[in-house]
Design a binder for this molecule. Structure first.
Ligand code: NAD
Ligand code: ZN
Length: 345
């Protein structure tokens, strides 16, 4: 079966490439209400980032604390309504942060052009109109949100993506210098998300040459970053991790993620663990399914002195465990990728 997907139109990569943002914004400034909206991770509020950004007098800047919760539909609607009231429709939206900020940016860009609440568009191809021009600048690497066609949002009913061709960023700037301030544990968990994307996209019925070529290279880069003799948070490894994240995202776009992600959705939805950490908690136990990948994962844990908690669900009620299982069990497409059409057996 073929898949068609939009890709990012313009990619700029390299240390210091943040400086190219001004040039990118130049041709956009006379569209819509002639201002840019910058959505920035709160971590950078007191870090002198604003002085490095081409912010003009009438631009709008919003710092967002992503540690409070993962992106919600209510948050998107409020942000859009607030900016519309105060400034109008932006010429461009620039998201600077991790997967949470990138998803917030993608969804907000769509909701300036699509009426109603973002909760109405959770699902596949429900968005009607192309959004505002949006640029993604990742500051932590691994989720692949910079290239994916999904903005994962928690809504009143579900945690589900706004997924369509219009969601994809028009442009991304991959500046590895941002990664130098990421704390080691977050650097590890988020990077492992891409490693797991690749292991899962490769090992299943939907794998194909496009997907596995990206996965293979991404896994190789992850091993350089987390396992080989020159591993660690160096400048070169931060460059490698940014590219690994992008390739992992492409790999899963053209295939599927499965067992670890399906189970971790249950863990996130019911016990509120964050995406990348939840994946590590689960992957640690999947040796029976992904033996080589899990063996390497454990070596990477050891090499980086990261300890994964076990027995977290020891005191969970049967009801809680059943709820988590149900969240995972309904993801039929994923399970078919893992075990084929007769997966229920
Ligand atoms: P995040 O955006 O949730 O941020 C994690 C933490 O890292 C935060 O505390 C943040 O402040 C901090 N941080 C970010 N950059 C930093 C820097 N340069 N220095 C210091 N601290 C920094 O991180 P994430 O793990 O990239 O994203 C997780 C989110 O991505 C979840 O909401 C998940 O649902 C989503 N996700 C989306 C996709 C997709 O395809 N759209 C895929 C996987 C995950
Ligand atoms: Zn993931």
């Amino acid at each position: 079966m073929y898949k068609s997907f939009n890709n990012v139109q313009k990619i700029t990569f390299g240390r210091g490439s943040l400086n190219t943002l001004e040039k990118s914004l130049e041709p956009l400034k006379y569209t819509n209400n002639n201002f840019c909206l910058f959505i920035i991770d709160n971590f950078f509020k007191d870090k002198n980032l604003l002085s490095k950004l081409p912010i003009k007098e009438n631009d709008a800047v919003r710092f967002i604390n992503v540690d409070l919760h993962e992106p919600t539909t209510q948050q998107i609607d409020d942000l859009r309504d607030n900016i519309l009231k105060e400034n109008g429709t932006p010429s461009a939206i620039i998201g600077i942060g991790g997967g949470s900020i990138l998803d917030l940016t993608k969804a907000t860009a769509l909701m300036f052009k699509n009426k109603g609440s973002s909760a109405e568009y959770q699902g596949l191809n429900l968005i009607q109109k192309e959004g505002v021009y949006h640029i993604g600048i990742p500051t932590i690497a691994g989720t692949g949100a910079e290239v994916s066609m999904t903005a994962v949002l928690t809504g009143p009913e579900n945690k589900l993506g706004l997924k369509c061709d219009y969601t994809v960023f028009k442009e991304i700037i991959l500046d590895p210098d941002f990664l130098s301030t990421v704390p080691k544990d977050k650097w590890f968990y988020t990077g492992m998300d891409t490693f797991i994307h690749c292991i899962e996209s490769e090992n299943g019925t939907k794998t194909n040459t496009f997907s596995s070529a990206n996965a293979e290279e991404s896994i190789k880069l992850c091993k350089d970053v987390y396992l080989e003799s020159n591993s660690g948070q160096t400048d070169l490894n931060n460059e490698k991790l940014m590219i690994a994240s992008m390739m992992g995202g492409l790999s899963l776009t053209y295939s599927e993620v499965v067992v670890c992600h399906a189970l971790s959705y249950g863990l996130s939805k019911v016990l509120h663990f964050r995406h990348c950490y939840a994946n590590c908690l689960i992957f640690n136990h999947l040796g029976e399914i992904y033996s080589k990948g899990v063996k390497e994962f454990k070596e990477m844990l050891k090499k980086n002195d990261i300890h994964i908690t076990v027995n977290l669900s020891e005191n969970c009620s049967n009801e809680t465990v059943r709820h988590m299982s149900e969240v995972a069990y309904i993801l039929e497409d994923m399970w078919i990728h893992a075990f084929g059409p007769s997966w229920k057996e």
